[in-house]
Design a protein around this ligand. Structure first.
Ligand SMILES: [Zn+2]
Length: 416
């Protein structure tokens, strides 16, 4: 996933250093609010983490976020058609396109995983805590800070606790926001806070195309029907052909033959083999080219097997089914949104890096809408594992939330 680390180049013309060296009175008040808010943020991280939110079952956690959005005074708080929880912080210019700030509700853990947060010194342990309940709580802290410091953002900020980021969800929450949602036309920029690690800016969307391929044939007795076509041979040909591809290296492009199932017994020629394949790249061009090659390899492997063996009882066929589709793209490093985040991180002493990943930002990025994915907090470890934990040591944690807050304020000031 996170593989390509690029040195971050700041546009030198921005007068940002002076700006960040001396925060305004209002920003100082906001920072003081975040520092004083520490225990409440921790309490909300624990509370939200302990409301399970498996894929497609985010409703309870979403309902709690909606209550909190309302209590914080966000306007037009509602749950949309797919379960995204949305609330607006009105800005000075209400007609300008809005900044959307999101964090996902869902975790990767199934409903039978009991979730109880364990606090040990400066760490909080629980599945899903760093990915990404810390940032759900950060969205709430941002709002308390804006209120405490009486800051009205330059334009509307639409806060979202969205569904469906993780694997099977296939980005359905954010996909909806940028397709069928009535909000679509209002969004000028998008920031997803995902994960607790602050010093990285995801500006590239690693796209993926995933297939389950059903290789079918007549099947038969392993001894009695010897000589007939075998779908496993066509599948093997496909895997061999795929692994002969040398992928382009201008933008990292990958493939994997990843799961396999099928067959009836050891003494049978199978009638069905199912195999799954994953292809990824942050380059749409590379991904499309790889996919076209892959589909051709399937056709060729099937033809080769039908030519190599007896088809009197039937031929081999293959049906590729698309089971995953995440679009690719990049928000340019020169974009004001990337630059705002880079500036704030640099001023905070973070060694920020740009990287591509597969996140909710893939959707707006692929549509040409500036989007980045950031972290907020003191650091997250072992994401997607049962022994996941986050660092909540006060100084680092408060600094991580404050930095994320500053990026939101600066991003809201971008004129689109
Ligand atoms: Zn996540």
């Amino acid at each position: 996933m996170r593989t390509l680390l690029l040195p971050l180049l700041l546009a030198t013309a921005t007068p940002a250093l002076a700006q960040s060296a001396t925060p305004s009175k209002a920003m100082q008040a906001a920072h003081a609010s975040i520092a004083a808010d520490y225990e409440q943020v921790i309490a909300e991280v624990i509370e939200l983490t302990e409301i399970p939110a498996p894929p497609f079952r985010e409703t309870a956690r979403g309902a709690r976020m909606a209550e909190k959005f309302k209590a914080l005074g966000l306007t037009d708080v509602h749950v949309d058609a797919v379960g995204n929880v949305i609330g607006t912080r009105p800005g000075v210019d209400r007609t300008a396109k809005a900044l959307m700030v999101a964090a996902h509700l869902d975790t990767v853990f199934p409903p039978d995983v009991a979730i109880k947060v364990r606090r040990e010194g400066n760490t909080l342990h629980a599945p899903g805590i760093g990915d990404t309940t810390v940032t759900l709580a950060a969205l709430l802290a941002f709002n308390r800070a804006l209120t405490a410091a009486k800051i009205t953002p330059a334009r509307d900020i639409i806060f979202v606790a969205n569904v469906g980021e993780e694997g099977q969800g296939d980005l359905r929450g954010v996909r909806h926001l940028f397709s069928a949602s009535p909000l679509k036309a209002r969004i000028g920029d998008f920031i997803s806070f995902d994960g607790s690690n602050v010093a990285r800016i995801v500006n590239g969307g690693v796209g993926s195309r995933r297939y389950r391929v059903a290789f079918k044939g007549p099947g038969g007795h392993s001894y009695g029907a010897f000589g007939i076509v075998n779908p496993m041979a066509a599948m093997a040909g496909t895997v061999q052909g795929l692994y002969k591809i040398i992928p382009p290296t201008d933008v990292k492009t990958t493939f994997a033959a990843s799961t396999i199932a099928g067959g009836t017994s050891v003494n049978s020629i199978p009638n069905l083999i199912l195999a799954e394949f994953d292809m990824r790249s942050a380059s749409t061009t590379n991904l499309k080219a790889l996919e076209a090659q892959f589909l051709q390899i399937i056709t060729d492997s099937v033809a080769a097997e039908n030519a190599a063996r007896d088809t009197r009882y039937g031929k081999i066929s293959a049906v590729p089914e698309l089971i995953g589709d995440r679009p690719a793209g990049t928000t340019p490093e020169s974009d004001p949104l990337v630059q705002a985040a880079a500036r704030v991180l640099k001023a905070g002493g973070y060694d920020a890096e740009l990287m591509p990943s597969s996140t909710d930002s893939n959707i707006p990025i692929s549509l040409g809408i500036p989007a980045i994915t950031l972290g907020a907090g003191g650091g997250g470890f072992r994401a997607h594992a049962l022994d996941e934990y986050v660092n909540v040591e006060r100084v680092a944690f408060v600094k991580g939330i404050t930095t994320a807050f500053d990026i939101v304020v600066q991003a809201a000031a971008i004129k689109r």
